[in-house]
Design a protein around this ligand. Structure first.
Ligand code: PBG
Length: 334
């Protein structure tokens, strides 16, 4: 029997949403724990852990404490870890020489992880900001300029140092010109042909990195990062950077931040022949945590929805501080 009011519709898209099982059948994007990379903050010492106020739930921790957390990650299926070091002020200098100390914090951490969890993939950050006194990703000249080629020389040493310690991926996040090709050549010259490069290719000069710089005390002492990180207004430039990095030998490329740059991510994903990663950065994490803490957003749902948006926009790999939480939520969904 027809209701008194009935539209004469042939197309009713809602039929494809009529039950959970039908929705599962038509679902175009699947989020998996296998997509996730978990960035963590490390510091020297033992058995210590410090809260990071602007990143609730995230801490700076010593390597022994991190190893316990990785045990938990592995049990949840999170098997890619990206350690970021907090370096004591007295170890910083103008050129960031601590960054390629084979007994430094990062190589020590990499060796410890690979020894205990050989199947875990370790991705190390290659940039000078935690190591130089200026808090910039490159060496700063007396005139306040960021020196490109001099910086790349140090980045090559840093990448080789991480690779020798066992890093599976070195991840240049500095945005200097020509660093991917130079690092590839430096690795190959040492016989490290199996070490992969994940290039932060389209990395924007974003205010959303604020909490990360709190975590590592790595904010620039003077000036900003606009002469090397990209202008948030630019789209085509992202393709240019990605094309160059692929040509120079990047195994994967990245767009960063993620959620305010989904248009860029989609374009890069359509263009790139190599897998594309996106980094849901500290500020994106902090915003969702803050809103959830206030009871303004449903944390469980926005965590998965934000990650789904990133995946739908074309990321194969997602760096997120929510990795462990998302893994648990995905398990519960099953
Ligand atoms: C450093 C680096 C930064 C991030 C990753 N690597 C900070 C910056 O460029 O200032 C930011 C990550 C985040 O905000 O979560 N080269």
């Amino acid at each position: 029997m027809n209701h008194p009011f009935s539209l004469d519709l042939t197309q009713r898209p809602r039929r494809n949403r009529k039950s959970a099982t039908v929705r599962d059948l038509v679902r175009e994007t699947e989020l998996s724990v296998k997509d996730l990379v978990y960035p963590v903050f490390i510091m020297e010492g033992s058995q210590r852990e410090e809260q990071i106020p602007s990143m609730p739930g995230m801490t700076r921790k010593t390597v022994d404490v991190l190893l316990k957390e990785i045990e938990e990650c592995v049990a949840l299926g999170v098997k890619a870890i990206a350690p970021f070091p907090s370096i004591a002020e007295e170890k910083k200098d103008r050129t960031g020489s601590e960054s390629f100390n084979p007994d430094g914090l990062v190589p020590t951490c990499v060796r410890a992880i690979k020894e205990k969890f050989p199947e875990v993939v370790v991705m190390t950050d290659v940039a000078l900001d935690p190591f130089n006194i200026d808090g910039h990703d490159g060496i700063v000249s007396p005139m306040g300029e960021i020196l490109n080629d001099e910086t790349v020389e140090v980045l090559c040493k840093m990448a080789v140092c991480h690779a020798k310690a066992g890093a599976d991926f070195v991840c240049p996040s500095d945005m200097m010109d020509g660093r991917i090709g130079a690092i590839r050549a430096a690795l190959d010259a040492e016989g490290l042909t199996n070490t992969s490069i994940m290039a932060y290719s389209a990395k924007y000069a974003s205010a959303f990195y604020g909490p990360f710089r709190d975590a590592l005390d790595s904010a620039p002492k003077a000036g900003d990062k606009k002469t090397y990180q990209m202008d948030p207004a630019n789209r085509k430039e992202a393709i240019r950077e990605v094309a160059l990095d692929i040509e120079e030998g990047a195994d994967m490329v990245m767009v960063k931040p993620a959620c305010y740059y989904l248009d860029v991510l989609r374009e890069v994903a359509d263009f790139s022949e190599v897998p594309v990663a996106a980094y849901q950065v500290s500020g994106e994490y902090a915003m969702l945590c803050a809103a959830a803490q206030n009871g303004w957003l449903d944390r469980r749902r926005v965590v998965l929805e934000s990650l789904m948006g990133i995946k739908r926009a074309g990321a194969k790999i997602i760096w997120t501080y929510f990795a462990k939480e998302a893994a648990k939520l995905l398990q519960e969904e099953k």
